[in-house]
Design a protein around this ligand. Sequence first.
Ligand code: IFM
Length: 462
Amino acid sequence: MKKYIFPNDFIWGVATSAYQIEGAWNEDGKGESIWDKFVHQKGNIENNDTGDVACDHYHRYKEDVQIMKKLEIQAYRFSISWTRIFPKGFGEPNKKGLEFYKNLINCLLESKIRPVVTLYHWDLPQALQEIGGWSNRKIIKHFENFAKFMFEELEDKVYMWITHNEPSLVAYCGYAFGEHPPALKDPKKAMQAAHNLLLSHGKVVQLFKDMKLKGKIGISLNLSTIYPKRRFRKDLIAAKRQDEFKNRWFLDPLFKGFYPSMLFKFLKKKNIEPNIEKGDLETIKTPIDFLGINYYSRDIVKAIDDSTFVEYMGIEHKKYPQGLYDLLIRIKRDYENIPIYITENGIHLKDKLTKDNKVHDIKRIEYLEEHIKKAWEAIRDGVKLKGYFLWSLIDNFEWTYGYSRRFGIVYVDFKTLKRILKDSAYFYRDVIRNNGILENVSLKEKQLNELKQKIARRFNSF
Ligand code: IFM
């Protein structure tokens, strides 16, 4: 029997974000965020869905913590909605908003679940967008003040802090591709936003260290392994540039204190490179305690046209567990063997509820099993991987896809808001119980049993 048993101090968690699950978008003094505004403009989101109610986690957090407890989850990664705390991004704090997070954290601690807090998961106060959002350097000070307030209020109860979730998505989808709010198509602003996000991260890490707080601090990057579609020079260059664009544009300044040269030259040629002030890169490089990696798939890249910033490549995303292993080994090799947490990993499926209220999400189990095994192999080969956070605890609002993409291990009926544990939830509970995967709970066996049961059911119905 093959066993994939993880180190004793390995942490098994689940992840969510405020806008995607909380709902209560304008309750108890919460201010408007850029996502609130964006979703209320018709045509931006599939089916014109909004996060107004989402999973109603704001009112149902106790039930959700009970579900986590039942699943023996050890850590819960969630984000703070900035506008619940500071409705306009700065000024007087909103007591009710703070109370919500304090209650949630106390509830988690009572259930022996470690709180892991993301400070920024995309929901910028709309009032700060009106002065340019992340493309305006002034935002950084407001972010620092917000972080300081949260550190002071929650300090000793939080196990890990994450400054930003996926800054590349914030900058590129928000400011270059026009897909997320503020929906701009301005590459210069996008590169400035990326720089300012990194700088704000560095400032907040410095603050955290100066305040001598307990806990650890890091950042979550969405990284992937990049492969050329064809072995043509053009595609190889496109793959290298995509790697610099997606991965190294964030990793290099964080760990090495510079931006990757090929992309920097390319941006400079087009006059869209960010303005960098003296000392910025040093600040960005302030040492962190861990790197968070969000991994979903590999990118296969094909050169199309290198004349513009956004159209030089075609990208296909494909499930590829080996890519997780390759990525972890690469981070170990190129970036100081920093302690790593996988802060997101999961898959969206068109899950269906059966008549007897079950969700047989076998493909999700397969995806998780394959990736967890690769994570284990990376540890075996020397990567300091400390934990794994599954995306996501519950089905939720998947940004521009609305509710059409289900990522949860807990099914949500969005009409009644009822929660139903999917088969993958029990699978994950067993992984946590066993601190890994035992081959005798292997997928093939499960699939085979399922098939036998199906045949038996059909047979019985004649
Ligand atoms: O839902 C998102 C999350 O907000 C950020 N990382 C990717 C997830 C799945 O698309």
